[in-house]
Design a protein around this ligand. Sequence first.
Ligand code: PAF
Length: 281
Amino acid sequence: MIIRDIATLKQTIRGWKQAGETIGFVPTMGALHEGHLSLVTQARAQAQRVIVSIFVNPTQFNNPTDLATYPRTEAQDIALLGHVDAIFIPAAETMYPAGFSSTVRVSAMAGILEGAHRPGHFDGMATVVTKLFSLTEADSAFFGEKDWQQLQIVRRFVQDLNLPIDIMACPTLRESDGLALSSRNRRLSPEGRKSAPALHAILQQTATAIRQGHPIAEALDKGRAALVAAGFGPIDYLACCEAESLTPVTTVFTTKHDNVGLRLLVAAALESVRLIDNIVI
Ligand code: PAF
């Protein structure tokens, strides 16, 4: 069932709730690929009803060209989602009617890493996701680990605002050569596509060096140099952070990090296509 308005969405959800059914929710911006479908599969396994939203959220784009060129493949997306209970596809005016003026901001994490390079991005994301949680009344929502910082921000505001929803993290899906699945990969030339897996390979090399006790700042410098040598640039960040708080860690790996967990995160452009990835250390 395709739903474009809030009244129909509410009515449908009311019926499910009255029947005592649980709802799993997968928020997307469309241009669906196997990574999104794996979130849907997990939602299907854990909830009785599954809602997927498709909404290219204007407020999380700091660059108008990026918004204008974001791939819109609605018919194809709907065909791929044949098995879900509801696909919610609101118009921008439905989500942001005249007079809309509220923002959800996770101040500790909104301005670092991705946030430092995409001002306002996480405020727009957190605001629309909060609205979608409220509209879908979902019991659980499914997010990919590929957008690690997004996942931590969502977890933070769900906890801070006592939202009654479980956030489920799903592992990053990769091509056989290690490249993380992303809607942006389709913008790479055949040549760029061949170079792109270096992003993951360099993350792995850097993580190994850090685990082996190399000073973190040195390992990161080496990783950045390797990215440049592989044709990436500019490199927005290659950072080693505490996994949940995203506090940067720059000294040497110690066993205390086994408790907090460390994550290595990268954003770098290849042929002007900005790619992101992250792995556990
Ligand atoms: O990850 C995305 O596709 C978007 O940030 C999300 C969660 C659908 C919010 O617009």
